[in-house]
Design a protein around this ligand. Structure first.
Ligand code: NOJ
Length: 550
């Protein structure tokens, strides 16, 4: 067993992250906020049609307030033919009737504010639905309508080949031909035609849409594909196949072009023109941490998702490397880093970390590691319950376009979007009211024990670990904006302090580690014995200690 002395109150290594280079005012709420992602169709069903909706979200706001989150982010709830789970928007100033009404949206914002939570909503500016009136006009070739999208003639004899070699993120070519022979670009599904952001009408429309929702009172936007709106001049070939494997690794002619920053700057001015610190969050996959930092320069968006953290393997080396690189990149521009473990596009991290008991144990430890880091934390619905990815959904219920466009080779993302179990033993585990239609994706039969209500009653549950961690993060003076310093630690462990007075220890190895004088135990992800002088940190365990030894 490795022994390690930790004297967290007397360290001399340099701070990795100072409180903040620009000494932000404490009201910059987003710098250390805990933000909860709600995938609306899978969160809670209020009207009994088996699909989550705004009424359902409203009925569960108290649960979220009790969890202690600062804000919620709602994925798209706009009218949509659902070719991509609502990221194919047919109307940007309305609510899908299956999910509620505009009045529900207004009430939701008011009620969340009343409970002390801010509300972010998704905006999808890279593409519309093919059922958006603009695209219908473009198909009819009405004057000027095609210039709102990216239509081009094809290559080769008769223009029968796509205009370039770009691939859709969901598989297959990124171009579809319309009956008159022209081709249109869709970086995602054919039902999601890309907009032409060189057209001032497109820019004006989105500013107006944002004003519409800001006037309703939303606190900001999660910007879908924020790196995608501008394409390289002339739409040059990417030059290789399997482009998507290069996402986040290499420059691509359709993502992360410099021109997107001017658009984001104009949105920042718009956000700043409203009272109450409204924010923008970029969904970006840039090829390097430095390119990611561009999106959060002081005059651009406030946060960008840090997917490199999510992609890191469970190991001290990979995690320390990504933590250091992430903080270094955003520190350069004075922005906070975000920490994301799961979302509606990714395999849930209980499963990514190995699944079963091991995955659960690691996910619990990851929660304490993540919530001890400086910056803002995102929680994806159900991660606080320790839900795994559902890997055995039958083919006939799958809805993700990735499944269809890869002819089933990739089963897609539905396994992370299964409805949330709220209660043990009730029909649909309390997701829908009694007597409702079946849920839009089936909930595994053995999820009863993981439902909210039984977990609330168990002090050792996943949910109570999250509730305790979020609360401590809010109340401990160091966990918000305190400086972070790494401490020396044995192989396969990560030890660091947040100042003043908090130590986080994570054992990612296979052997227990004995800690000498770590301080007073505040919270641990699994059983941790401590007698005040010595403590044993078991494998795949994280613990928070207060170095005030009283
Ligand atoms: C990112 C969203 O998170 C994802 O669900 C969607 O499929 C793509 N953007 C396209 O809008």
């Amino acid at each position: 067993m490795t022994h390690q002395s930790v004297t967290p109150c007397a360290v001399s290594s340099p701070a990795l992250s100072a409180p903040s280079p620009s000494a932000p005012s404490p009201s910059e709420w987003w710098r250390d906020a805990v933000i909860y992602e709600i995938y609306v169709r899978s969160f809670a069903d209020g009207n009994g049609d088996g699909m989550g909706d705004l009424l359902g979200v409203r009925s569960r706001l108290r649960y979220l307030a009790d969890l202690g989150v600062d804000a919620i982010w709602l994925t798209p709830f706009y009218p949509s033919p659902l070719h991509d789970g609502g990221y194919d928007v047919a109307s940007y100033r309305a609510v899908d009737p299956r999910l509620g009404t505009l009045d529900d949206a207004r009430a939701l914002v008011t009620e969340a504010h009343g409970l002390g939570m801010r509300v972010l909503i998704d905006i999808v500016p890279n593409h519309t639905s093919s059922e958006h009136p603009w695209f219908e006009e473009a198909l009819r070739d009405e004057p000027g309508a095609r210039d709102r999208y990216v239509f081009r003639p094809g290559r080769g004899p008769g223009g029968a080949e796509p205009p370039n070699d770009w691939e859709s993120s969901f598989g297959g070519p990124a171009w579809t031909r319309v009956p008159d022979g022209s081709w249109y670009l869709h970086l995602f599904a054919p039902e999601q035609p890309d907009l032409n952001w060189d057209n001032p009408e497109v820019r004006a429309e989105f500013e107006d849409v944002m004003r519409f929702w800001l006037d309703i009172g939303v606190d900001g936007f999660r910007v879908d594909v924020a790196h995608g709106m501008v394409k390289a001049e002339g739409l040059p070939d990417a030059g290789f196949t399997g482009q998507l494997k290069m996402l986040g690794r290499a420059p691509l002619p359709f993502f992360d072009q410099d021109g997107v920053h001017e658009i984001l700057r104009s949105w920042r001015r718009l956000l700043d023109s409203y009272p109450g610190e409204r924010i923008g969050v970029a969904e970006v996959w840039p090829p390097s941490p430095a390119r990611l930092a561009n999106y959060v320069r002081p005059d651009e968006l406030h946060q960008a998702f840090n997917f490199n953290y999510l992609a890191a393997d469970w190991g001290a080396g990979p995690l320390r490397q990504v933590i250091d690189a992430s903080i270094a990149a955003t520190d350069l521009v004075g922005a906070p880093t975000t920490w994301v473990l799961s979302n509606h596009d990714q395999v849930r991290h209980v499963t990514r970390y190995g699944g079963g008991r091991r995955g659960v144990r690691r996910a619990r430890a990851a929660a304490l590691l993540t919530m001890a880091l400086p910056g803002s934390v995102y929680i994806y619905q159900g991660e606080e319950l320790g839900l795994p990815e559902v890997l055995d959904l039958p083919d006939e219920v799958l809805q993700d376009p990735i499944f269809f466009r890869t002819a089933g080779a990739d089963r897609g993302r539905d396994g992370s979007r299964v409805p949330i179990p709220w209660a043990y033993g009730e029909s649909s585990f309390g997701f829908s009211p009694p007597g409702a239609d079946p849920t839009w994706l089936p909930i595994p039969r053995d999820w009863g024990g993981q439902a909210v209500i039984p977990q609330l009653g168990d002090p050792r549950s996943f949910l109570n670990l999250y509730r305790n961690a979020v609360r401590l993060r809010r109340s401990h003076p160091a966990l918000g904006r305190g400086a972070m310093r790494w401490l020396d630690s044995p192989p396969e462990t990560l030890f660091f302090t947040r100042e003043p007075g908090l130590l986080c220890t994570v054992n990612l190895g296979a052997e227990p580690v004995v800690l000498e004088s770590p301080g007073t135990l505040l919270l641990a992800s699994s059983d941790t014995r401590s007698n005040g002088l010595q403590a044993i940190l078991e494998p795949d365990t994280a613990a928070w200690w207060s170095c005030a030894t009283s």
